[in-house]
Design a binder for this molecule. Structure first.
Ligand code: ZN
Length: 376
């Protein structure tokens, strides 16, 4: 197995603004954690630098008019007409270098996908990627250029079937919209219910259309959902769907904002949930990439990604790798286990409601989606 990590220190020079929750320092913090714990030194691991995506490549996922406006915004100077493209909103401010930053982020995801497609790596992680809210002609939800749509279009052109799994706390609306009727793109998004959180979409009834019907799977969770709720929903849906769909390529968003410590959402996961997912998916996918996406508590986000990285690259003590839903067996002597949160299960009326709703959603998906895709 060969693993790659994409990281460019140039990312740290950009800023969405002092008070904006999206902090690019998260990437640096993550990188330092890996270095300090010697998690980049295995001969099977390559540290990869990437450049900006060529301008023409962005046209794969965006309209020329939108890209022209985004390029103009690169100076950092706001003009009223940019608002029709979502540029200059509170979520998507116009800041110096916004276009350069977007090209770099897309370049990183493109490099990750390309390396895996070429067979040089089994898994590549790009922490500064996964801008799943950006639309063809509209910036929203801290996302300007949709790197996922861009690489997915290119991978599909090679004739591969893609499984896209999105564990960020926000619904992957920009990706769902792009591939809603595509039969070769399995979309699965776990997120906080849109009744309580941006972007307000991603209900279980959104199942795709035309040839893509049954291949768009939304798994909304109630506020207060914890590791137990998440693990239940994962086991009930992801393995059967992947077994039925048989993807050639996996794109996985490990947005760290479902964690209890995140200031923007109301979910209560610990990062053990993501370690379990990383462990499971690493056995299922031969060719896949991971993208960082959201995460607004800097330390939690960096630790969560470090734990995922250590797990996938086999540098996490195996005695800590509880099977999904299994019992966590305590800390180990290896440094990597220091990345783990306490595995906490909550109780009380909020938890009961979250579990009850999870059972209802799982039942709905099994009745309405599984028969359409041959999942059991
Ligand atoms: Zn998010």
């Amino acid at each position: 197995m060969k693993y790659g990590l994409i990281y460019n220190h140039e990312f740290a020079q950009f800023s969405f603004g002092e008070n904006h929750p999206f902090k690019l320092a998260r990437g640096e913090r993550f990188y330092q954690l890996l270095e300090r714990n010697q998690l980049l030194s295995d001969p099977e691991i390559d540290l990869i630098r990437s450049g900006p995506a060529p301008e023409e490549l962005l046209l794969v996922a965006h309209s020329p008019a939108y890209l022209k406006a985004l390029k103009e915004a690169d100076s950092g100077e706001f003009k009223l007409e940019m608002l029709q493209f979502g540029l200059g909103s509170e979520d998507c401010p116009v800041f110096p270098g916004v276009y350069q930053f977007s090209r770099l982020a897309c370049g990183a995801s493109f490099e990750a996908a390309y390396r895996v497609m070429e067979g040089r790596h089994n898994f590549v992680f790009n922490p500064i990627g996964g801008f799943h809210h950006a639309q063809r002609s509209f910036a929203e939800g801290f996302c300007y250029v949709n790197d996922i749509n861009l690489i997915a279009r290119l991978i599909l052109l090679q004739g591969y079937k893609i499984a896209y799994l999105d564990f960020d706390a926000h619904h992957g609306n920009g990706v769902q919209d792009e591939f809603y009727s595509d039969p070769n793109f399995l979309f699965v998004s776990f997120h906080e219910n849109g009744k309580y959180l941006y972007p307000g979409t991603g209900f279980e009834t959104e199942i795709g259309q035309g040839l893509g019907e049954g291949l768009k799977v939304n798994v909304p969770m109630e506020p207060g959902a914890d590791d137990e709720v998440f693990s239940y929903l994962y086991k009930e849906t992801v393995p059967p769907l992947l077994d039925a769909f048989k993807p050639d390529f996996g794109i996985v968003l490990f947005g760290a904002d479902p964690m209890l410590a995140d200031p923007l959402t109301h979910l209560r996961l610990s990062n053990n949930s993501f370690a379990d997912v990383a462990y499971d998916l690493n056995q299922r996918f031969k060719s896949w990439i991971g993208l960082g996406a959201g995460g607004y508590n800097l330390e939690e986000t960096a630790r969560t990604w470090a734990l995922i990285w250590a797990t996938i690259t086999g540098q996490e003590n195996e005695s800590d790798l509880a099977a999904l839903g299994g019992v966590f067996r305590g800390s180990s002597e290896l440094g990597a286990s220091g990345f783990r949160d306490m595995r906490g299960y909550s109780s009380g009326p909020e938890k009961d409601r979250a579990m009850e709703e999870a059972r209802r959603v799982a039942g709905y998906l099994k009745r309405n989606i599984f028969p359409k895709v041959g999942a059991k």
